[in-house]
Design a protein around this ligand. Structure first.
Ligand code: ADP
Ligand code: MG
Length: 250
């Protein structure tokens, strides 16, 4: 089992945002989560990535119980994410933003910092190489030295992808990556996600744009009012009566 979620529940006071959800994230696949606004999709991601402790339920990653583990520990296991609104250092260059992603993973010790050991220099070199590699992969090489505030919304989204990829993730969580970009840009981002997936990174994708979901998803879970109302292949989901009533038809 890769990433196994059982009975996952989150209550905020009287509100149940996620209600006893069981889900298996399949390795090397694109696992999609859809559902109306307020269905609990982002909360579901926040629980898995350790941003909120669940009220009930369990999360196992390769057999290891990671339920309630803090987010930095979970990140160390190789989980990376992008957020619904991009979190970038707007006044820094695109390159420096991506370097931050890699530094999160290569912690230098105090001894390294004091003596600036060869190891530290080597790490710094590796960090730069990785940043250049992910900038190339995400189609941003030509923007490396630009101030982030001055690039387009779609380029910022790619930068957020590059930052996540710089951590060498095994699982990548994408929360509505195509929100606020046009259809052509959405095509481009769909292609990028496909290429990321083909490198063997497992993807969990929340998205409203159905053409993107249908092109990418190997399996889909549908949440409504915090509950899983359906799960299946894109074709099964498109033809599911309850899903059409709750979401697709609405
Ligand atoms: P989605 O991403 O599907 O639109 P969310 O997971 O953001 O839905 O939200 C699910 C429900 O949980 C909503 O009713 C939302 O208002 C509530 N919620 C989300 N985060 C919090 C929080 N930190 N505190 C209180 N309520 C929250
Ligand atoms: Mg959300």
């Amino acid at each position: 089992m890769f990433l196994e979620i059982t009975g996952l529940t989150k209550r905020f006071g009287g509100l149940t945002a996620v209600n006893h959800v069981d889900f298996s994230v399949e390795e090397n696949k694109v696992n999609a989560i859809i559902g109306p606004n307020g269905a609990g999709k982002s909360t579901f991601f926040n629980l898995i990535s350790g941003f909120h402790p669940p009220t009930e339920g369990q999360i196992f990653y390769r057999g290891l119980d990671i339920t309630g583990m803090p987010s930095h520990k979970i990140a160390d296991l190789g989980f990376a994410r992008t957020f619904q609104t991009t979190h970038l250092f707007e006044q820094s260059t695109v390159f420096d933003n991506v370097m931050v992603g890699h530094r999160l993973r290569t912690k230098s010790t105090l001894v390294d910092a004091v003596f600036r050991t060869r190891r530290l220099k080597r790490e710094e070199e590796k960090c730069k190489e990785k940043a250049l590699e992910v900038l190339e992969f995400t189609g941003l090489s030509h923007l490396a030295d630009r101030i982030t505030a001055n690039i387009s919304q779609e380029e910022k989204k790619r930068t957020a992808f590059a930052l996540a990829l710089a951590t060498d993730p095994s699982v990548l969580f994408l929360d509505e990556p195509a929100a606020g970009i046009n259809p052509d840009e959405t095509e481009g981002l769909t292609d990028l996600i496909k290429r990321i997936s083909s490198t063997g990174i497992t993807i969990c994708l929340i998205e409203h744009k159905m053409q993107m979901i249908m092109k990418l998803a190997d399996k889909i879970m549908v949440l409504n009012h915090g509950e899983k109302i359906a799960e299946g292949t894109p074709e099964e989901i498109q033809n599911n009566e309850e899903v059409i009533r709750a979401y697709l038809g609405g």
